[in-house]
Design a protein around this ligand. Sequence first.
Ligand SMILES: Cc1cc2nc3c(=O)[nH]c(=O)nc-3n(C[C@H](O)[C@H](O)[C@H](O)COP(=O)(O)OP(=O)(O)OC[C@H]3O[C@@H](n4cnc5c(N)ncnc54)[C@H](O)[C@@H]3O)c2cc1C
Length: 390
Amino acid sequence: MNHNHMDEDTYNLFLDTLKRYVKERMVPAENEVIEANEIPAHIIEEMQELGLFGLNIAEQYGGAGMSASQYLNALTEMSWAAPAYRAIMAIGNGIVNTALSKNGTPEQREKWLPAIASGAVAAFAITEPGSGSDSAAMRSMAVKTADGYILNGVKRYISNAPFADVILVIARTSTEDLPRNGHISAFLVPTDTAGVSIGKPDKKMGQQGAQIADVILEDVHLPVSALLGDQEGNGFQVAMNSLNNGRLSVAAASLGTSKRALDSAIRYGMQRTAFGEQVTSFQLTQAKIADSQADIYAMECMLRDAASKLDQGLDIRLEAACVKMFASEACGRIVDRVVQIYGGAGYIQDYDAERFFRDARLYRIFEGTTEIMQLVIARTVLQQYEKGLV
Ligand SMILES: Cc1cc2nc3c(=O)[nH]c(=O)nc-3n(C[C@H](O)[C@H](O)[C@H](O)COP(=O)(O)OP(=O)(O)OC[C@H]3O[C@@H](n4cnc5c(N)ncnc54)[C@H](O)[C@@H]3O)c2cc1C
């Protein structure tokens, strides 16, 4: 059961403020974010002042104490604007907050949650040069010493790494592959720890302003208190639980991008004429609008249902995989239709459509590819049959 819940009146007031902020500040700053490949410092300060870094963090730790449903709805609103804004605050609110709240010690929660809620940037590092989808095959290794651990390894494509204050690093604590991935543990690693260095940001297809880089860990000495929850061997479980939250966050981002892209195509099509008529008057254009609107409605329903089950404390592995897969794929279909409605302008960088197309492509890849979502869904459904539950 998720005990977080902001009272409805306060939430509605917040949502009005957020919607205004998105339209009046975030959207107008998009070009600056994209050109500099970074969110301007004054916008980050405003985001911190609005409490965006702690929306889903409990009030006792200085967060806004939103339920998952409220938080994901807010993320959808924010994702009307460029994806970089979500990227900088969602890993702290989502994956890292979930890991700390469910598995952290009271001291770890006290140390990190108030810092993140007030604007410290968090990252989550599981992927490596040799392991992505097959994350349990990771090589990074934390060796136990008399007073803690020595961590070595390389993590790849880590979102927020160039800005991060703390990274939740998933690494082996045993060279042997143990049952239920018991060889994997989770560590809270401040980025100013000796031996931690961050690579040059990778050049990406889209989502400019959201940066990723390698995290290089060379003989990083960590105290025992860096081990999440004081317990070895639960790192894979921590990662998978937290990823449920991350997958709903990607679904919310897909939904926000889809709504923005469709709105943009409708507005463009209404003022563009061909054969003496508005482009939106052609039934072939209307079919694209109708299919996109139906996809958006399906995304909204799935996301609302999955978030509500998460708030009830239910196991949402199946729902999270279904909504992540559906929303990211639907968003891909929508941005493709949007480019088509724009015609030639859809391929030109002076217009937004080609950016939506590039930005959306990532949703089908990170936090588990569509193929991995298919495997999770099919495995879960088949297990229900094998256990005689269906
Ligand atoms: C912009 C960006 C941000 C990212 N942010 C983070 C982050 O913050 N933290 C982090 O840890 N990682 C991050 N990642 C990494 C991301 O999660 C991985 O890239 C992703 O999970 C896929 O892993 P991979 O790249 O190793 O692909 P691979 O695992 O090599 O997969 C290649 C292809 O094979 C398919 N495939 C793999 N296994 C199977 C199978 N069993 N059956 C069928 N098909 C299969 C995949 O679906 C894919 O199509 C990020 C990546 C990007 C691009």
